[in-house]
Design a protein around this ligand. Sequence first.
Ligand code: IMP
Ligand code: MG
Length: 181
Amino acid sequence: MPQRPYVIDQMISAKAIAAKIEELARRIEAEFKGTDKLVVIGLLRGSFVFIADLVREMDLPLEVDFIEASSYGDAMESSKEVRILKDLRGEIHGRDVLVVEDIVDTGFTLHHVIHMLKAREPAKLRTIALLDKPSRREVDFAADFIGFDIPDEFVVGYGIDYAQRNRDLPFIGKVRFTEEA
Ligand code: IMP
Ligand code: MG
């Protein structure tokens, strides 16, 4: 798909993200205090930077696993049908689980993934998203921990892509098109 020219305006700095991750890590440590059976599950691919920084900041014994759910393709609109492209390697029955997502938009992805994971009967299941766009919600879903509420803008960076680009930016920026469609 041909891309219209765009620039990226910084919205959340790398420093602000790092400070937020410290705060979130303390809250998660309190939530899972005393556990020795935590599995932190990242949703590929957008959460790979966030989960890497988050688990290094958390002072808890844990394992890391990943799920890949189908996403946008290269478009900017969510497909309402969520498919699991890659399932967990490990079992979560009886385990404490933290699901890590980059951004909650319509809510379809996490709603579906959480429903699927609950059926496997984890002891405890919590969700964290770095970003939330509450104004875009289409299903009743709220993450337990949120880094930043943001307005209805298309964002990239810190793991998050536009048509697979810009995941490597150290900050969160918003996409601004420089030509009319
Ligand atoms: P939801 O199912 O609509 O909540 O979509 C969540 C997924 O859509 C996220 O995991 C992202 O992959 C993607 N997404 C939502 N908003 C954005 C955005 O602003 N930029 C890039 N990807 C996004
Ligand atoms: Mg995603």
